[in-house]
Design a binder for this molecule. Structure first.
Ligand code: ATP
Length: 368
């Protein structure tokens, strides 16, 4: 089956307000430690520090991209802010209301406002249910009777995401990967949410289909005034969709900036390394000496992360202070925060500090 990215221009939902100065979501000191238990008595022997003190806002109408290597805590963060996971510490405020520890009943109205799109468009759809049943489910769960009837509303949503409304009675296996992700998007948008958290929404799709789904998300945002948090390990997807971007490393945000500033003048050495590893698509630049920074070694374990700056064990700029003092996330330029003692493209925060032995060998550089 072919995948189309056409949305029906006749179908619109009211746009949500985008001019309020209050952030839609505010996260302070957000932490999630998964306990590791041992023995018959399941004594706690340690913890996986998956998310370890995050501070950020999501503004109305924006797309905040979250990027970082596998295991840095992106999905855990997504599940915390949608309250699918209970945080260990910190606070989550949605429209100024503290929702950190709301129970099932308290969360009920919020379930309409905050929706999640998952990575695997097949695994997240029940194969025994028709598309009609899948997209109707949020209405039934929330006891919502749409004007004009449920079937008409579901068919309207299917056309909104570029699917044929006649396919209401088909099953997920009858659709392509991209179309299945569109079904997941229709389900997420059913109750007109204010915030949509998409965890790797295109990484399971063929590259040729990825752009179509990314463009659909873009179109729907404009049409419906949605606010997105998009989680991805792929820097080019994040660059394409995001207004602002948070870079995560081992459970922490190491850099947070607007798209242009982050890609134009990255400040954290980790961000610089991530970006220099992205292949250059422009054939004219392929032959140029781009000086790619190749990080050596693996990401350390989140069970016992390195002291001080968590990146210091892989950083070519690391000095004594990096091993002992955790750098705070500071705005070194307007709208550009970084947690680094020795940032790129900004004044050194600890000039004259002694380099750590072997730091210079933490990377190799490659020229193409
Ligand atoms: N339920 C859990 N119990 C124990 N550890 C967990 C649990 N969920 C996640 N983790 C661990 O927390 C850390 C962060 O995982 P998370 O899935 O949030 O990272 P990620 O950046 O989304 O990675 P990926 O892109 O591979 O999904 C990892 O070390 C992971 O093994």
């Amino acid at each position: 089956m072919t995948d189309t990215n056409k949305t029906d221009p006749a179908v619109t939902l009211p746009a949500q307000a985008t001019d309020s100065p209050e952030p839609l979501l505010k996260v302070t000191g957000l932490t999630k430690h998964f306990p590791i238990t041992k023995g018959l008595l399941r004594r706690q022997a340690g913890a996986v520090k998956a998310v370890d003190g995050l501070d950020f806002d999501v503004r109305r109408g924006e797309t905040l991209g979250i990027v970082g290597e596998s295991g840095c805590g992106k999905s855990t963060m997504g599940r915390l802010i949608t309250r699918l996971l209970e945080p260990t510490g910190g606070t989550i405020e949605f429209e100024g209301k503290d929702i950190t520890h709301l129970g099932v009943a308290g969360m009920r109205p919020l379930r309409r406002d905050v929706q999640m799109i998952f990575q695997d468009p097949y695994g997240s759809l029940n194969p025994r249910h028709t598309v009609g049943t899948i997209v109707s489910a949020p209405f039934k769960l929330q006891n919502v009777n749409p004007e004009g009837g449920l079937k008409a509303e579901v068919q309207r949503l299917l056309s909104l995401v570029g699917l044929n409304p006649e396919h209401y009675n088909r099953y997920p296996h009858e659709f392509s990967g991209g179309q299945r992700q569109r079904i997941g998007i229709a389900r997420a948008l059913a109750l007109k949410p204010k915030l949509v958290v998409a965890d790797e929404p295109v990484s399971a799709l063929d590259v040729s289909i990825q752009a179509q789904v990314v463009n659909l998300l873009d179109d729907l945002q404009e049409e419906l005034g949605l606010t997105y948090v998009i989680i991805a390990h792929d820097l080019s997807v994040i660059r394409h969709v995001s207004d602002r971007i948070a870079v995560m490393y081992l459970g922490k945000i190491v850099e947070l900036a607007d798209n242009k500033s982050l890609y134009g003048e990255p400040m954290h050495p980790y961000t610089a390394a991530l970006m220099s590893a992205v292949p250059v698509p422009d054939p004219r630049r392929r032959g140029a000496k781009s000086g790619r920074i190749l990080l050596k070694g693996d990401v350390p374990s989140p069970i016992s992360p390195p002291s001080g700056c968590r990146f210091h064990t892989r950083c070519w700029k690391a000095t004594q202070i990096c091993a002992t003092q955790e750098p705070p996330l500071l705005a070194l330029k307007t709208g550009h925060q970084v947690a680094c003692h020795h940032p790129e493209n900004a004044p050194d925060q600890a000039p004259g500090d002694k380099p750590l032995p072997g730091a210079a060998d933490a990377v190799t550089t490659a020229t193409e």
